[in-house]
Design a protein around this ligand. Structure first.
Ligand SMILES: [Zn+2]
Length: 238
């Protein structure tokens, strides 16, 4: 069937049928190209391995939930020295590998999250016909690529609450510029340690009294001085 203009699918994809099911519009989309490029070696492959279906949430249409059933394929990579022998074809114009929502829907949720600073985002999304949760909005916003922080000499580190005291992340502030430079998805010492280890330029750390951040500072930035102490983070008092 002809793909409607309001549903751009990209080259090599075709709308093959549609139905109403469980209160939502279900669109079956089939890959029609003769082959796909191997994601590892980038060589074209046409040797079919199998077919399978992926279920992906799409942006709502005229107030109706939309679900895509993607009928896609796996191919053999016949390049002799390629480590990937079998791969699932990619649909970069429509959905990221293994994602359960289309790129369009993902971008809409990110925009809602940024516009609402996360607050009330799920309620606004619902008004727009997008069924999602507060945590999904937070995860999508945090997945946005950000410019890596550079020249962080004085770091402030503290936790913040995602969900009214039930889930916590870590906020990192450049104390020289007073700007938030990163958010970490939890408040585990390992996560903060890894971040600090990538910033050997740090000279000072200001943290709360929690033992997780103390551990992170002593392992991740042992050279830095800690606010309120006269010793570097990595040195214990005698
Ligand atoms: Zn390959």
């Amino acid at each position: 069937m002809e793909t409607p203009q309001f549903l751009p699918l990209g080259e090599g994809l075709e709308l093959t049928s549609q139905e109403m099911g469980s209160g939502q519009l279900v669109l079956h989309v089939t890959a029609t190209s003769s082959g796909s490029a191997c994601p590892l070696c980038a060589k074209p492959a046409t040797h079919l391995h199998s077919r399978y279906s992926r279920v992906v949430k799409e942006l709502p249409c005229a107030g109706q939930q939309v679900q895509l059933i993607l009928h896609v394929r796996k191919f053999f990579c016949d390049t002799t020295d390629c480590a990937r022998k079998i791969f699932a074809e990619r649909l970069p114009q429509l959905v990221a590998p293994w994602a359960q929502m289309s790129t369009r829907l993902c971008q809409a949720i990110q925009a809602i999250g940024l516009a609402t600073c996360g607050r009330l985002g799920a309620r606004l999304a619902s008004r727009l016909g997008i069924t999602t949760s507060w945590m999904t909005i937070v995860r999508r916003v945090m997945a946005l690529p950000t410019k890596p922080a550079e020249n962080v000499y004085c770091l402030g580190i503290d936790d913040f609450s995602f969900l009214r005291g039930r889930m916590f992340g870590t906020v990192l502030v450049n104390l020289d510029t007073h700007r938030v430079i990163d958010l970490l998805p939890d408040r585990q010492a390992e996560t903060a340690t890894a971040w600090m280890q990538a910033h050997a330029e740090m000279t000072h750390v200001s943290r709360d009294r929690g033992s997780e951040y103390a551990s992170a500072a002593s392992r991740g930035a042992p050279q830095a001085m800690e606010a309120g102490r006269s010793l570097p983070c990595g040195q214990k008092p005698i």
